[in-house]
Design a protein around this ligand. Structure first.
Ligand code: CA
Length: 701
């Protein structure tokens, strides 16, 4: 029998729902917000007029209580204005913030723009000048997912691990602080969250010999207030936190030499009800558990949801979703709080739909799992759960024990749900999840790298036998009922790799490719669409000014092909009912023609070139398969391929340093450079045809 659904007061939206449902509780507005707007317009988080944090408010629900735009009139929604974003497309992952009549948008290379939210006039732009060579330290793109606000400042984290604070009105620098070890391979791509003057942010890069940690910093100066390590270090050196002794008992071998992983690179939720910060930790690294921690062990606290005391960083509880992860199952995805009526009892819960395909509902105060259900049709890394919601791992999935036999895992490592934000609508009681259903091939090989990432899987090998045939494989928007624990509808015209907004107007907004759509929140029926000329992969927002509701989204993913040479259509797009703006007609362009010299070099030189290219070049210039960059030139078209000397002048001597291409003399020998030239020439000849270079693949992490 279905349980009756009644969604009750959401912790962070109490004030806005109070009038409707009789709930009461503390204001959702942060202390920071209270100070921030003392002299500002009357809008508050609870009214929904502003969008003050990455997920709108602390709940991370991405639900707007505005309903001027609704399912019955949304066909009148049209462009009000747009603002151009200059950075070359391919990696616009940001959710905008709206406060005090200004919109704030972060772009690739951690630059931030401010626009007038009425007129679209650009107010300022801040460039933190991230060094171009930082790109060689990144696994997953030159991206930034958003900014945070504190008092009259805008704060964000840069790719090279700095926190930057600028004045919200002028963009003038207030302070800047390096918060990661600059010698290491840390990067920061996530949006900070701020509560009670504390900035909460983690870092990325599990596969680069990282020991993951979460930290809080003072919003007034960036000083570190506390740090919580997700993985124990060398036990001989002692433990920074008491629970790391317990965690160390779940590891074997000398995991600390490669860090162990567990980087909490995305989901962070501050909960004003429990005063806890919930984080999701990344996968264990290198990937196969039998190589990372030979002889067993769950490898705490990788692939876990963890609750920390917001004031002190002290450990409160954890739920490890994937003990002994071998499948790159980060648990870093968005953590949403809500109050749900479950079996007749009102429960304050944390919900997550991570890569591994299981939808979790946990008690927010204790971490006790209340339910764990597959939100994709099947998964083969587990066979079920024990009575404590510990997953029963499928023995066949432990490919680290099977050499070349390998294993096709379901869902894919790219994730049943990745970083692209989902949204929860308290009116329908549904979570709208960008969902992917597929498989991924794993073949373990100790020490094998992809680029400079130590994965210990051989990415060029495939498991024995065919990949699984999956009914319903693909990418879609899923409406999931967390109380009845079942899907309500799915929309196959939508996508797993774009973020979601839901509103009180019975609407769900999501882009797929260059089309931005709205669906009825209750049934999934498509009710509006528009062409954005480029793809929007982050989350849209809604705000109101002067009694007018707006929908805003950042578009910039190049989906039309053409890569580096394609025109840049990265923009902040803002829509309202009856809007009358139009986008300029797309510009025609002619991609260059491949004209490489003849192939040269023997198999050994080509193999050396491929290895060096993947290590040092591919994160910017792309690979021949998969991730092809549109931010940097495709080297197959480079004139310098024609001779050894000009190629070496660029790669070793830094001839194009002023264009951002630094010398790689500290990493590569002149002979390496020649091997790379031979490899790229071979790729160019293989691809020689009149079509433009391929479009960038969707970014996954
Ligand atoms: Ca990962």
């Amino acid at each position: 029998m279905p349980i009756s659904i009644k969604t009750v007061c959401s912790a962070s939206t109490l004030a806005l729902i109070a009038a409707l449902s009789g709930c009461s509780g503390e204001s959702p507005d942060s202390a920071a917000r209270a100070t921030a707007t003392a002299a500002a317009p009357k809008a508050t988080a609870s009214s929904g007029d502003e969008w003050l944090s990455y997920g709108r408010d602390y709940s991370e629900q991405r639900y707007s209580p505005l309903k001027q735009i609704n399912a019955d009139n949304v066909e009148q929604l049209n462009l009000a204005w747009f603002g151009d974003l200059a950075e070359r497309g391919g990696s616009y992952e940001a959710t905008p913030l709206m406060a005090n009549g200004r919109l704030f948008v972060s772009t690739p290379w951690s630059k931030v723009y401010a626009f007038d939210a009425r007129s679209g006039q650009q107010l300022w732009k801040y460039d933190p000048k991230v060094p171009g060579e930082w790109a060689v330290k990144l696994c997953c793109g030159i991206v930034n997912r958003g900014v945070a606000m504190f008092e009259d400042t805008i704060i964000w984290a840069t790719l090279d691990g700095r926190l930057v604070s600028v004045k919200a009105d002028t963009g003038a620098l207030v302070w800047e602080k390096q918060i990661t070890d600059r010698e290491g391979y840390h990067s920061i791509t996530g949006a900070p969250r701020i509560a009670d003057g504390r900035i909460f942010i983690g870092e990325a890069g599990s596969e680069y010999h990282q020991r993951g940690y979460m930290a809080a910093y003072d919003a007034r100066n960036g000083n570190e207030l506390w740090r919580w390590w997700a993985v124990p270090g060398n036990p001989a050196l002692g433990f920074e936190q008491p629970e790391l002794e317990m965690a160390a008992a779940t590891w074997n071998g000398e995991w600390w030499k490669t860090g162990g992983g567990g980087t909490p690179w995305d989901g962070v939720t501050y909960d004003p009800v429990t005063k806890l910060v919930y984080i999701g930790t990344g996968n264990g690294a290198p990937w196969p558990a039998d190589i990372r921690s030979p002889g067993g062990g769950d490898n705490l606290f990788t692939s876990s949801i963890v609750a920390l005391d917001a004031a002190t960083g002290a450990y409160r509880w954890h739920y490890q979703a994937v003990p002994r992860d071998s499948w790159d199952f980060d648990n870093t995805q968005q953590l949403v709080t809500a109050d749900l009526l479950i079996d007749g009892t009102q429960r304050h819960v944390v919900m997550q739909a991570p890569k591994n395909g299981v939808f979790y509902v946990l008690d927010a105060a204790t971490g006790k799992p209340l339910s764990a259900d597959l939100f994709v049709p099947t998964a083969n890394w587990l066979t079920g759960f024990d009575e404590n919601f510990r997953p029963l791992i499928n023995p066949d999935a432990n490919y680290g024990q099977f050499g070349d036999k390998g294993f096709y895992v379901v869902p894919s490592y790219a994730g049943a749900h990745g970083w692209n934000p989902m949204a929860f609508n308290p009116d329908t009681g549904l979570m709208y999840i960008p969902t992917s259903y597929g498989s991924f091939p794993f073949v373990a090989e100790a020490g094998a790298k992809m680029g400079n990432q130590l994965l210990s899987i051989n990415t060029s090998k495939r498991p024995e036998g065919p990949p699984p045939v999956l009914q319903g494989e693909g990418s879609y928007l899923l409406a999931w009922d967390p109380v009845q624990r079942k899907p309500l509808w799915e929309q196959r015209s939508s996508s797993s790799r774009t973020g979601v907004l839901t509103t009180a107007g019975n609407l769900v907004f999501q882009a797929a490719g260059n089309i931005f759509r709205a669906f009825r929140a209750d049934t999934g029926e498509e009710v509006w669409s528009t062409n954005t000329q480029s793809g929007a992969v982050g989350g849209a927002i809604s705000y109101a000014l002067d009694g007018q509701q707006y929908i805003a989204t950042v578009s910039g993913q190049a989906n039309g092909g053409g890569g580096y040479w394609a025109p840049n259509y990265a923009r902040l797009l803002v829509y309202k009912l009856g809007g009358s703006a139009t986008l300029p007609e797309p510009v025609s362009y002619s991609p260059p023609v491949l004209n490489p010299p003849a192939n040269f070099g023997d198999a050994a030189l080509l193999a050396q070139g491929e290895a060096r290219y993947l290590e040092h070049c591919s994160s910017c210039h792309g690979t021949s398969v998969g991730r092809v960059s549109s931010l940097f030139p495709d080297l197959r078209y480079a004139a310098a391929l024609n001779a050894e000397a000009p190629f070496k002048a660029i790669v070793i001597d830094g001839a194009l340093q002023n264009n951002g291409m630094v010398s790689f003399a500290q990493y590569l020998t002149p002979q390496d450079a020649e091997a790379i030239r031979a490899y790229v020439v071979s790729l160019a000849n293989a691809a020689r045809n009149p079509t433009p270079p391929p479009a960038p693949a969707a970014q996954v992490h």
